[in-house]
Design a binder for this molecule. Structure first.
Ligand SMILES: Cc1ncc(COP(=O)(O)O)c(C=O)c1O
Length: 470
């Protein structure tokens, strides 16, 4: 028997005997090579053999893990839609769900927030102190003339260049969060009663925004791997009924999909030709697991029809409340909206984030974060495969840190949520992600926290609660 086969068989036996369990990490390639005095290529071949037998799986930038009972992937929806625009009415129920999820001591599978220890609060504290000391005038006055601090605009432009495209300084406005950026864009291009196309399922705060502004939602079928359906979008925008689109092309919430470049290009051209403004939320762009950082649709749209919104809530701190919009040709409207809504975003905070983005350590931080998220997602998927009914389907996200699950058709995830909250477990039921009441047997699990026995136990209990509802 060849050396690599020996090694593969040894691990297959350990796993088969239950000495290594689903979700356990195999030693690193380097470690195994040193320990067994084998070449790196022999070890890699052994691990690939185990992978092709379906015994282990590779997780991006993290290593090889023992696979659980296979978590089946969520099906793609039909590519076309006959859906009609609907009034949105999720806000009140959503407030109740989110409040219940935030009670102290809940198992943290609810909010899509990274665990504080994965983020950069200590470094932020130091930067605030030193920048406030060196530049006391920053907090002495404000300006409506210059809404964005030049160092932050430069830092944002430099980062976009690294992903392979130029952002123009004069189209960037710094905002108080990604939510504010999207709000300003919606205000600039819609009026009450208009219809906005959204992904289905989509991030519930987007539905809340539409509701608050008296806008209707048109849900476009969205593929768990490749994002929003181009065919359905083409159909929906034919007759002028769509006033704007609001999409998450990179690492969508809740699906984790990334739209391929060719489709991004086609969406940009289609919407520009039909003069339908696109508001894109790129908040998960820096935490995608694709080989290179995916570009936003904005990069494919020389016409200036796309408004790119983002923030640092998922990578630096959700408490920072700083984001931005690159508004393309609608920059004048966005400047007006920002001035009317909240004026200039705190200049000290702008300088702090500018300085942080310029440090070499920031890219190292992003790499670590992506590895942690991929690892956490893998472990929660393993837990779902271990404890949930065999016919549960789950996404295999390409970015972000949430999982979207389809439970057996007779399970009401909202009823499950009530029981789960009483048992101290948070998650978000699927119907919060649809304006038309779809996804009653779906749910979203957030994977922002490092794996722990508590999370394992929470998933086990959730599995038991689902079994009771069947
Ligand atoms: C897709 C998406 N956009 C925006 C936000 C919120 O961003 P911010 O805190 O900058 O408003 C979230 C947070 O969950 C999100 O998932």
């Amino acid at each position: 028997m060849l050396l690599y086969e020996n090694l593969a068989n040894e691990f297959a036996t350990l796993i088969g005997d239950g000495q290594m369990r689903p979700g356990d990490r195999l030693p690193s390639v380097r470690h195994l090579a040193q320990q067994r005095q084998l070449s790196i290529s022999t070890v890699v071949q052994a691990l690939r053999t185990l992978e092709s037998r379906g015994i282990v799986e590779a997780r991006p930038q993290s290593g090889y893990y023992v696979r659980g009972r296979t978590a089946r992937c969520v099906d793609a929806p039909a590519p076309t839609t006959a859906a009609l625009p609907v009034e949105v009415g999720v806000s009140r129920r959503l407030v109740d769900v989110l409040r219940a999820n935030e009670a102290p001591g809940m198992v943290p599978l609810g909010s899509a927030l990274p665990a504080p220890e994965l983020l950069l609060a200590p470094r932020l504290n130091r930067l605030y102190a030193s920048i406030a000391r060196c530049q006391p005038k920053l907090l002495a006055g404000s300006s409506h003339g210059e809404l964005s601090e030049a160092p932050l605009v430069r830092a944002l432009m430099r980062r976009a260049l690294e992903w392979g495209y130029p952002l123009a300084a004069d189209e960037i406005i710094v905002t108080n969060s990604c939510t504010e950026a999207m709000t300003l864009c919606l205000r600039a291009v819609t009026k009450p009663g208009d219809t906005v196309a959204v992904e289905s399922p989509t991030y519930y705060v987007m539905l809340q925004l539409l509701e608050a502004m008296g806008l209707r939602a048109l849900e476009i079928p969205t593929h768990p791997d490749t994002g929003v359906s181009l065919d359905a979008l083409e159909l929906a925008t034919r007759n002028g009924q769509v006033a704007a689109c609001l999409f998450i092309p990179n690492g969508a919430n809740p699906l984790g999909s990334v739209i391929p470049d060719a489709t991004k290009q086609a969406i940009a051209s289609l919407l520009a030709a039909r003069n339908v403004p696109l508001i894109e939320d790129d908040i998960y762009g820096d935490v995608c697991f694709t080989p290179v950082r995916p570009r936003p649709i904005h990069a494919f749209d020389p016409s200036g029809n796309t408004m790119l919104c983002s923030s640092f809530s998922k990578t630096v701190s959700p408490a920072l409340r700083v984001g931005f919009v690159a508004a393309g040709r609608r920059i004048g409207d966005i400047v007006l909206q920002k001035t009317l809504t909240s004026g200039k975003t705190n200049p000290l905070t702008q300088r702090v984030i500018a300085e942080l983005l310029e440090t070499r350590g920031f890219d190292v931080h992003l790499r670590t974060l992506r590895r942690r998220f991929a690892d956490q997602i893998g472990r929660v998927r393993d837990g779902v495969a271990r404890y949930f009914p065999a016919d549960t389907r789950v996404t295999d996200p390409q970015g972000g840190f949430v999982l979207w699950l389809e439970l057996p058709a007779d399970i009401d995830a909202t009823a499950l949520h009530r029981k789960a909250v009483a048992a101290g477990i948070a998650f978000v039921p699927g119907e919060m992600f649809s304006a038309s009441g779809q996804y009653r047997n779906y749910l979203r699990l957030a994977c922002g926290h490092p794996w722990s026995e508590r999370i394992d136990d929470g998933l086990r209990q959730l599995g038991l609660l689902i079994a009771q509802l069947k």
